[in-house]
Design a protein around this ligand. Structure first.
Ligand code: ZN
Length: 248
């Protein structure tokens, strides 16, 4: 008798890798064991020192990804007027590093994708590239804007969920990881692999179990020192190296 393939009910969610190969490799070590589809919410590149290596890993593992604002900036798809100085500098640095293969890969990414019942975008369904779903006001707009039950986003670098319950929208963070039983329409954010910003420097990723309807966020240590040293030796802004230690 064939055992049911449990992994087919689960998907791994990653986001905002930001050219941080050390964090990405560490997360991949944990999730490839699970043998389930891996979906990425964008910003594979920008800020960190290994854009091509991170894109290569995404390609090698057949990870499906949407386009993030930093991916778009690195291939000249959006203008960088709204980027702050260090983001603009790192986008220009990244653009100069990208191989033709990397550029083609980023150029092929769409701003939204679907997986079963889930809608996936980097920012928000209203503005897939730039808008942050970081509070209940924007979450409320999202629930009115689309009809999907599950909306999965990245971009904030903070693992979050917003549940559209009878009592109103319930927001939750996952600074130390944790699980949520999904009982209503939900917006889910797995946090950032390569540049967490919730005060916890550990890389963040999530598993979504579509049979149990459970969203679980995991945090994992990686070699922050090595990643930040590479940022400095690449000549990227010092603050980009420092923030990795603080998770800010
Ligand atoms: Zn990002």
């Amino acid at each position: 008798m064939n055992m049911p393939n449990k992994s087919s009910n689960r998907i791994c969610l990653i986001s905002d890798i930001h050219s941080n190969l050390e964090a990405f490799e560490k997360v991949m070590k944990s999730i490839t064991k699970l043998d389930c589809p891996i979906l990425c919410l964008g910003d594979i590149v920008g800020y960190g020192a290994n854009p091509n290596e991170c894109i290569k890993l995404v390609m090698e593992h057949g990870i499906r990804s949407v386009l993030g604002n930093h991916d778009a900036a690195a291939i000249g798809k959006i203008d960088m007027t709204w980027f702050n100085d260090r983001a603009r500098y790192s986008a220009e640095w990244t653009a100069n590093q990208l191989t033709e293969e990397s550029r083609l890969f980023l150029g092929g990414l769409k701003t939204e994708m679907r997986f079963g019942r889930a809608l996936l975008v980097h920012g928000s369904p209203m503005d897939p590239i730039s808008e942050y779903v970081s509070n209940t006001y924007v979450a409320d707009e999202v629930f009115h804007f689309v009809e999907d039950d599950l909306i999965i986003v990245g971009h904030t670098h903070v693992p979050l969920s917003f549940a559209d319950s009878k009592e109103g929208i319930i927001a939750r963070d996952y600074i130390h990881g944790g699980s949520l039983k999904i009982a209503s329409r939900c917006i889910l954010n797995p946090g950032s692999v390569g540049q967490p910003r919730d005060g916890n420097p550990m890389a963040s990723y999530a598993i979504l179990d579509l049979r149990e309807m459970e969203f679980s966020v995991f945090r994992t240590y990686y070699d922050v020192k090595k990643a930040s040293r590479k940022i400095l030796s690449a000549g990227l802004p010092e603050s980009l190296a420092e923030r990795l230690f603080e998770g800010r």
